[in-house]
Design a protein around this ligand. Sequence first.
Ligand code: GLU
Length: 447
Amino acid sequence: MKHVRVRYAPSPTGQLHIGNARSALFNYVFARHFGGTFIIRIENTDTQRNVEGGEASQLQNLKWLGIEWDESPDKGGPYGPYRQLERLDLYRSYAETLLEKGYAYKDIREGSDAYAIRFKVPKDKTYVFDDLVRGRLSFDSKDVEDWIIMKDNGIPTYNFAVAIDDHLMAITHVLRGEEHITNTPKQMMVYDAFDWEIPMFGHMTIIVNEEKKKLSKRDQNVIQFIAEYQSMGYLPDAMFNFIALLGWSPPDNEEIKTPEEIIAAFEPSRLSKAPAMFDREKLKYVNSRYIKALDPEVLAAKVRPCLVDAGIDIPSDQWVFELTSLFQDRMTHVQEIVSLYKAFFHDDFNINDEEMIFLKDNDSRVLLESFKEALETVSFESDPINTIIKETGKALGIKGKPLYMGIRIATTGEMHGPSLPHALALLGRERVLARLTQTIKTLRGEL
Ligand code: GLU
């Protein structure tokens, strides 16, 4: 195989979207897997749609995902410039050559000197290519009209500029979204006209939502911009992992993989032909796996600013650490700490019917009275609290569910939750004792 050169060619028309991130990611993985070069080229010829800061924010989001490139507008490289608007002279001169050779003609606007240049589509020609994902595809030239390669304002159209650039930048493999399949024959016409070697093409399937409809940027139910995931506290490696599974599956079926493992396991033949489903639950699952695996100190450092932003009072770093440890196994994203915190520390403590029946059926009153008494003198940390729970249980001959669930209901108003001694330590003496008092009174029929 010759030295692989692939490219991701975003248009700076907005923020980095999950579909674009996937194109970038697969090009990056492809380059790294085959020891090749990964290029970023900015396709900004649709000047009406370009947005201020679009290029910078997209590159920043890619970096955050852990995608690195070798040549680009910001890094330079031997095949620059890497922004199409800085290459207008090149397109113009190649268009002139096509005019001279009779592959294109002027399309003069009536009553003006301005003209566009149209490509003269060959008659009765079939364009065939072996798509890396789809296999053999073929298009008849009779289905393609003579198309504009240069507009009358001197700006090339996408299909022309992309072919010129991919050739001049020595691109060997063009991996992009399925929406570009029908553009490919037009691009092949340009290669043919110059007698250039045609790169390999690979078109990745569309991404669909859970209703199997093509994911649209307007789909409110699915968060689709990488920056949003970043601010919600999704972890870059988890996003990388999830995106890599949109239309690709690892040969060993072990889906949780680091970027390095994905690069090593990557096989273009495993790019799927079927639409890739954006499964929101799966994304949560993947991210929670990465959160679980984080060092609690590292996670606590990520949790802290979320609490601060939510205006939550932070007694100490240790407290943040304890809170984080308590919820580490339950968080799907870092920002979720705020809602978990609020649900846990809410002041409207309440025991529902089912929970009350549990307490009554298990004669929990005596347990709660003894536990409360023992708690009054203990230092309010998880270890001593744990000891008290066990000792109280032992003294009364209660263990397992009646012991732990009884105390949990009486102190948190929940039947299930995070580690009980840790939860109680975090709730703090005052709250725990007040809740125990309230529950005991209710059980005594005093409330
Ligand atoms: N600028 C095009 C896009 O954003 C790139 C298509 C291609 O990779 O050829 O869709």
